[in-house]
Design a protein around this ligand. Structure first.
Ligand code: NAD
Length: 353
């Protein structure tokens, strides 16, 4: 029997540090260590948490500051069964060459890489079983993860004829406010469809979907306006609320409870023991509607820094065949507090039942 699985995280940035924190919360895997390119505050943060830090390639910047690492990425990879690549987007092809030099090492990449890097794009609730035995897997982006969750949950109950989505992207992550972004303007992605629809098709090829996207001057969460036509759809919005609420990775929230914008959702995530991470995709109850043709519409909010984190944990278990999709999703949910019921949501369920 394999000893506890050892996972490495290459790139301790926005996604990497959250994936590392999530690995630390699992009882069936160990964090072998993380890598850093430079000795900045995240290096200190990792060390304060007792995480072993390795240099990506060059130890000298650390030595110059009087800090010691545990070695380099190559030393870390020798110890690991799987590496979760959280390096900046488009580093994937270069990094895959490095990983391939370690026989038996599996690798998980993020949504900033192309589907063609691994030829397999992952979402826990859509294709967990197909990841079994794969050496390399790509967890789709935050936006695509959200769309896969919501669309697959609806499609399980009502067959979708065609989905359309308008994607309002945050300009930069909150910690990157020194980077560029539209400061006071709307920056449309000048392509139709935007890459989001194409990316959903890498996971759910049977769904017909089209998308348009653009960047707004905000750092807190992405927003989607999703529309769906059906072959045979829901009769009431209560039906939609009920099926969405059944999925722990989707949180149906209400304006009656003061959730009027993404600001309150993030604020809520700050105060309930999740370190500000809203792992669930949020859907506003009052924004769900059906028009006279039976077309469904809804507003969705996505914490871009958090929703892919549980998927990375599930991807590890899926690739190593450690347990079924249902078991892994439930285990990851429990470890990260996903789907934990607030008093507000319990009240919501009582009203629905
Ligand atoms: P980031 O810039 O916040 O973090 C990347 C980290 O990797 C930094 O600490 C950087 O110093 C380090 N790094 C630089 N070069 C490296 C190399 N060659 N090897 C290893 N590490 C290196 O980036 P991020 O936002 O965490 O994005 C990582 C991946 O996750 C990308 O593919 C991105 O598209 C994807 N993603 C990002 C978000 C998001 O909202 N930030 C959401 C979902 C998916």
């Amino acid at each position: 029997m394999m000893e506890t699985l050892k996972a490495a995280v290459n790139g301790y940035g926005t996604i990497g540090r959250r994936v590392a924190d999530a690995i630390l919360k699992q009882d069936d895997m160990e964090l072998a260590g993380v890598t850093k390119t430079s000795p900045d505050f995240r290096f200190l943060e990792a060390r304060e948490k007792g995480i072993r830090v390795f240099a990506v390639s060059d130890n000298r910047p650390f030595e110059r500051r009087g800090y010691q690492t545990e070695g380099t990425l190559k030393d870390l990879l020798k110890e690991a069964d799987v590496v979760v690549d959280c390096a900046p987007k488009h580093s994937g092809f270069e990094n895959l060459e490095i990983y391939n030099r370690f026989p038996g090492l599996k690798a998980i990449f993020q949504g900033g890489e192309k589907h063609s890097l691994t030829n397999f794009s992952f979402n826990s609730q859509c294709n967990y079983n197909e990841a079994g035995g794969k050496r390399n897997v790509r967890v789709v982006s935050c936006n695509t993860t959200a769309l896969c969750r919501v669309i697959s949950q609806i499609d399980r109950f009502y067959k979708i004829k065609k989905a359309r989505v308008a994607v309002v992207r945050r300009s930069v992550d909150p910690g990157d406010s020194n980077k560029k972004g539209p400061v006071n303007a709307w920056e449309p992605a000048l392509e139709y469809p935007s890459h989001h629809a194409t990316d959903v098709s890498t996971v759910m090829p049977h769904i017909r979907i089209s998308s348009l996207a653009g960047i707004a001057p905000m750092t807190i969460m992405h927003g989607h306006m999703l529309f769906a036509e059906f072959h045979k759809g829901p009769e009431t919005t209560a039906d939609v609320i009920r099926i969405l609420s059944e999925n722990k990775r989707i949180k149906v929230v209400s304006s009656e409870d003061g959730f009027l914008s993404t600001a309150q959702l993030k604020d809520y995530a700050e105060s309930n023991g999740r370190n500000g991470n809203m792992y669930e995709v949020c859907v506003w109850k009052e924004g769900i509607g059906l028009d006279e043709d039976g077309e469904l519409g809804m507003h969705i909010a996505i914490d871009q820094q958090a929703d892919v984190v549980p998927e990375n944990i599930d991807a590890i278990r899926a690739m190593f065949g450690m347990m079924s999709a249902e078991e892994s999703i439930a285990k990851t949910n429990a470890s990260l507090g996903i789907g934990s019921k607030s008093r507000v949501l319990e009240k919501e369920e009582t009203i629905l039942s």
